[in-house]
Design a protein around this ligand. Structure first.
Ligand code: GLY
Ligand code: MN
Ligand code: MN
Length: 440
C-alpha cells in the first residue's frame, strides 16, 4: 500500500497546488498558511481534549498528530512544513517527518510553538490563513477568506486517486471491526463488549475513529445517534444496529449494518428488503445524478418496502406526500465523506459559493449537489420504529391506513440502517464498503 500511495502522492499534491493557486488568485493573496492546530485545554484543568488536526492541513500531508505545526504554500514554490517537535520528556514527541511525502516539502523543525513565527511570512495581510482562532500566533491570525475557502471546499468533494486509496484503507479497517462486532453480537456480548471487539479489530482507540460509534441492541436501534454502550447484555437479543467507521491518515469510513438474531425471521426479511433497496440506490450513484433526486427516489422505494411488508396500506406516492415515509425514514439518504465524516460543502452551488436548497419537507438532507466523478458519498437508507415519530403519525388522518399492530410488534427491533461509502465514477460506481467486506 505504501508503494501505491508513494506513486499517487505527487499527482495529489499537484492537484492541491492547482486548486490553491486559483483560490489564492481569486482572493488576491500571495500565500496559503495553514496551522495544524493547537490542543484545547479543558476548563480549569491541565488536561487537553483529544487533538483534532485542521482538515486543511491533513489534506496536504498524512500527518494527523502534529499540533503546533504549520504549512506554508506560495504558488510556484515548494510547500514548506514548519514541524513542531518539542523537547519534552512528559509526552511522546512526534517523530521527525519521514515517508513518501517528505521530499515534496521544505521541512523546518522548531522546538517551541512560538519559534514557528520566525518561519512564517511576515506580510500576513498577503496571506490566506485558514484555521480556528485558537491557532493565532502573534500577528499570524487566521482570516479564513470566504472566497478561498469556497473554492477549496467545493473542489474537496472530488477526491484524488491518492485520497481514494486512503479511503479504501479506511473501509478495510472499518469492515474488519464490523465483522468482529457481528461475531460479538452473535456471542451475546453487551453493547460495550461489542464496541471493545470493534476497536480491537480495527486497531484504533475511540479518539482515532472518525466519529463516535453507534452500537445499539434491540430498541436502541431506533435512536439514530445512540452512543450509550450499555454494560450488560439484554435478556433477549433480537437485533443489532452498528454504525461505526475507521480512519486512515485522516480519511474516514462510515459504515452501518443491521443484524437480526436467528429467531427474528420477520425482522430479517425487512433487513433483506432494505438491503436490496440500498443496493439499488448505490447503483444510481452516477456522474450527473442529482443527489436530492436520489434521496426523494429512496423515499418512494422505502415506502414500497413498507407497503410490501404490510406496515402501510396507502400507495408509495401518497406515503411520501403525506409524510408517512418520513416518519419511518427521518434522515437524509447520505452525505459527502472524506477527511470529515460529514464532508464540507454539501450544499455549495459552485466553486464561487452559493447554496442549493434542500427539497421541501426534507430538513435533514446533508447533500444537495449533483454527483460527479471522484465524489465519495454515503448511501444510508433506513426504516425505524421511533416512538416519538410514531406517536405523531398516529394523530394524523393517514393513521387509519397503517397496520399499528404490526408496527407496534416491530418496535422491539428498533430499526434498520444499511450504509455504504460509494465512489462516483464516469461508469459503474465503486462500493468501498462492499468491496472491503468481500475481501475479508
Ligand atoms: N455515522 C453518522 C452518519 O452515518 O452520518
Ligand atoms: Mn453517514
Ligand atoms: Mn454512519
Amino acid at each position: 500500500m505504501t508503494d501505491t500511495l508513494a506513486a499517487l502522492y505527487p499527482q495529489h499534491l499537484a492537484t492541491l497546488r492547482e486548486r490553491t493557486d486559483t483560490a489564492l488568485a481569486r482572493g488576491g493573496f500571495d500565500t496559503l498558511v495553514v496551522p495544524a492546530g493547537r490542543p484545547i485545554t479543558k476548563f480549569l484543568d491541565d488536561q487537553d481534549y483529544p487533538f483534532i488536526v485542521n482538515p486543511h492541513f491533513k489534506h496536504w500531508l498524512p500527518l494527523t498528530d502534529a499540533p503546533g505545526s504549520w504549512l506554508v504554500y506560495t504558488p510556484g514554490n515548494k510547500p514548506k512544513l514548519i514541524f513542531l517537535q518539542p523537547r519534552d520528556y512528559w509526552h511522546v514527541v512526534p517523530e521527525a517527518p519521514s515517508g513518501y511525502w517528505v521530499d515534496h516539502f521544505d521541512i523546518v523543525i522548531v522546538r517551541k510553538p512560538a519559534d514557528a513565527i520566525a518561519e512564517l511570512p511576515a506580510a500576513t495581510a498577503r496571506c490566506a490563513i485558514i484555521g480556528d482562532d485558537h491557532c493565532s500566533l502573534q500577528d499570524v491570525r487566521p482570516n479564513n477568506p470566504q472566497v478561498v475557502i469556497d473554492h477549496l471546499h467545493y473542489h474537496r468533494a472530488y477526491k484524488t486517486p491518492y485520497e481514494l486509496e486512503l479511503m479504501r484503507e479506511a473501509s478495510r479497517r472499518g469492515t474488519r471491526g464490523h465483522r468482529a462486532a457481528e461475531q460479538a453480537f452473535r456471542a451475546g456480548e453487551s453493547e460495550f463488549g461489542i464496541h471493545m471487539a470493534y476497536l480491537k479489530a480495527v486497531g484504533q482507540i475511540d479518539a482515532e475513529l472518525p466519529y463516535a460509534s453507534i452500537v445499539g441492541l434491540n430498541e436502541h436501534g431506533a435512536v439514530l445517534h445512540y452512543t450509550n454502550f450499555d454494560r450488560s447484555a439484554p435478556a433477549a437479543l433480537r437485533s443489532f444496529l452498528i454504525d461505526a467507521g475507521a480512519s486512515a491518515s485522516g480519511y474516514a469510513s462510515d459504515i452501518t449494518r443491521t443484524y437480526a438474531s436467528a429467531d427474528a425471521g420477520e425482522f430479517q426479511a425487512l433487513i433483506d428488503s432494505v438491503d436490496a433497496a440500498e443496493r439499488g440506490f448505490v447503483a444510481k450513484v452516477r456522474h450527473g445524478q442529482s443527489y436530492p433526486d436520489l434521496h426523494v427516489h429512496a423515499h418512494h422505494v422505502l415506502a414500497g418496502v413498507l407497503r410490501e411488508h404490510g406496515f402501510i396500506r396507502m400507495s408509495p406516492e401518497s406515503a411520501v406526500e403525506s409524510g408517512v415515509s418520513a416518519a419511518f425514514f427521518p434522515h437524509g439518504l447520505g452525505h459527502g465523506i472524506g477527511m470529515q465524516v460529514h464532508d464540507v460543502a454539501g450544499f455549495q452551488a459552485s466553486e464561487t459559493g452559493g447554496t442549493i436548497a434542500r427539497p421541501e419537507g426534507h430538513p435533514y438532507l446533508r447533500l444537495t449537489r449533483e454527483l460527479g466523478a471522484g465524489m465519495v458519498v454515503t448511501i444510508e437508507p433506513g426504516i425505524y420504529f421511533i416512538d416519538m415519530l410514531l406517536a405523531e403519525l398516529k394523530n394524523k388522518p393517514v393513521a387509519s391506513d397503517i397496520d399499528w399492530a404490526k408496527v407496534d410488534r416491530f418496535r422491539q427491533y428498533g430499526g434498520i440502517r444499511i450504509e455504504d461509502d460509494v465512489v462516483c465514477t464516469t461508469g459503474e460506481p465503486e462500493n468501498l464498503t462492499r468491496d472491503a467486506f468481500a475481501a475479508l
